[in-house]
Ligand binder design. Structure first.
Ligand SMILES: *[C@@H]1O[C@H](CO)[C@@H](O)[C@H](O)[C@H]1NC(C)=O
Length: 392
């Protein structure tokens, strides 16, 4: 009994399946038999221009090159219009209410980005056609458009770049563009440029070539450069470092030529960092840690050296020197500080000496400075060079 029922059901499905297919074939024949892809559909009732609704969905800002004035983007261009040649009565075709047709087989508006520099890459897709004759076409396009903006505030600049899209040959009397709100795609907001806002408006303009006005959609992308790790390492850290080191050189007395030379070399290193950091990737790497540690170590060493010299040469205001001597002397005379500075008890307890005197403090600072730098460099070598090398 059940087998019989199953068989009956199967036949029923087969019959409806084949009939829908044959209705679809009939529908395609009826729609496309006399269809001419060059015939622009018109508004039959009031003879008004064909209304094409346009919207741009920004998928990704790939690159903005302000030196050349060029923006590369990937967008979805959505177009919707009515084609009376593609309307049918669903009841006559087994209630088929929509079909998908290749864009090459029907008339499509010749939309083009007016401010494009290189030819657009247009991905051919199917159109969605409903029984009322409404056609929707969504085309993924890769664009390279003109963007003239000032990059003066790099890396903190905010720019606005336009995307102007309209029919290349049909003027406003043939095609009237209605601009829908342009949006940001789901995966659109990644990369160097943060999309702050997208505005879209309709523009009707007369061009030099022709007397008739053309309507187009002007989509303005408001972008802001994301602050990345790259900027921190390429610009901010080197700049701050150079400022600090150059200020510290004022503490060095003229006679200490060798230290002035060292400071000079450090400054040159800082300037060189601008160049070398251009090759660092924008994600966080062990190289960043290594470079940051080296900068900290070198800066600490020069700072400690300056402090030591300032104390020795008495080049600071008297009150400050006195306060520093008292506090540093106390701190540096502790057992912990002695251990860090690798000063043995015998060394202190040997000949009688002033624990908080200039000589003792200078010795402490000297040792601590050297030990600190050696310690950081050693850690750096182990954790940033040797361990990653073994792990690889
Ligand atoms: C088509 O739809 C109408 C109304 O919904 C319905 O009465 C009819 O049975 C449908 N025809 C087919 C072949 O499904």
């Amino acid at each position: 009994m059940t087998a019989w029922l199953h068989c009956l059901l199967g036949v029923a499905v087969l019959v409806t399946g084949t009939s829908t297919a044959s209705y679809q074939r009939q529908l395609l024949v009826d729609l496309l038999k006399y269809y001419n892809t060059n015939e622009r559909p018109m508004n039959l009732i009031n003879q008004q221009p064909l209304e094409v609704r346009l919207s741009v969905q920004l998928q990704k800002v790939i690159d903005v090159d302000l030196s050349v004035g060029e923006m590369k983007t990937s967008v979805w261009l959505s177009m919707t219009w009515s084609d009376y040649n593609l309307a049918w009565t669903p009841a006559r075709y087994h209630n088929i209410s929509s079909i998908n047709l290749p864009a090459e087989q029907i008339w499509t508006p010749d939309m083009k980005f007016f401010n494009g520099i290189t030819p657009e890459k247009v991905e051919q897709t199917l159109t969605f056609v409903s029984a009322s004759g409404r056609v929707m076409l969504v085309q993924p396009r890769s664009l390279s458009t003109v963007c003239q903006a000032s990059g003066f505030l790099y890396p903190f600049e905010s720019i606005s770049c336009p995307l102007v899209v309209g029919s290349w040959t049909h003027d406003a009397r043939n095609i009237d563009i209605k601009v829908d709100k342009s949006t940001l795609g789901e995966t659109g907001d990644v990369g160097t440029w943060q999309v702050k806002n997208i505005e879209s408006e309709k523009v009707v303009k007369v061009y030099d070539c022709c007397p008739q006005p053309y309507s187009s959609a002007a989509v303005t992308l408001h972008l802001r450069r994301r602050s990345t790790l790259l900027h921190l390492f390429r610009i901010h850290i080197p700049l701050i470092w150079v400022v600090i080191v150059s200020l510290l050189t004022f503490c060095i007395p003229c006679e200490r030529v060798e230290i002035r030379i060292v400071a000079g070399i450090l400054l040159v290193c800082g300037a060189g960092w601008f160049q070398s950091s251009a090759h660092l990737p924008s994600y966080f790497t062990v190289t960043h840690i290594f470079c940051a540690n080296m900068i900290v170590a070198l800066s600490l060493s020069i700072a400690i050296n300056c402090l030591q010299m300032a104390l020795q040469e008495n080049s600071m205001p008297q009150g400050m020197t006195q306060a520093l001597r008292i506090h540093l002397g106390k701190a540096l005379a502790s057992d912990f500080a002695l251990k860090i500075a690798m000063i043995s008890k015998a060394e202190i307890e040997g000949p009688p000496r002033d624990k908080t005197g200039p000589a003792a403090i200078a010795q402490f600072l000297d040792r601590i400075g050297i030990n600190l730098v050696a310690f950081i460099v050693l850690l750096n070598l182990i954790f940033c060079c040797i361990l990653p090398w073994i792990a690889s």
